[in-house]
Unconditional design. Structure first.
Length: 70
């Protein structure tokens, strides 16, 4: 588990000072991805296959919420 300390040290020294620009860039990339998916009509495929979407989205939501809380 020593490698986790390495990651913590790396992120605290190199990424943390730039957390606002990194957050802004990530927000822009997420918004662009959502816009692109909408323009390509991916939402129609999700609406056509609601059960499959729920089966995939529910565990993904749990993992992302736990990761975001951490």
């Amino acid at each position: 588990m020593g490698f986790l300390g390495f990651f913590e040290e790396f992120f605290s020294e190199s990424v943390y000072p730039y957390r606002w620009p990194v957050g802004i860039v990530l927000a822009i990339l997420i918004a662009a991805g959502i816009y692109l998916a909408w323009r390509l009509g991916w939402h129609r495929a999700l609406l056509d296959h609601k059960r499959l979407t729920a089966v995939i989205a529910a565990p993904a939501l749990v993992v992302m919420s736990l990761g975001g809380y951490y």
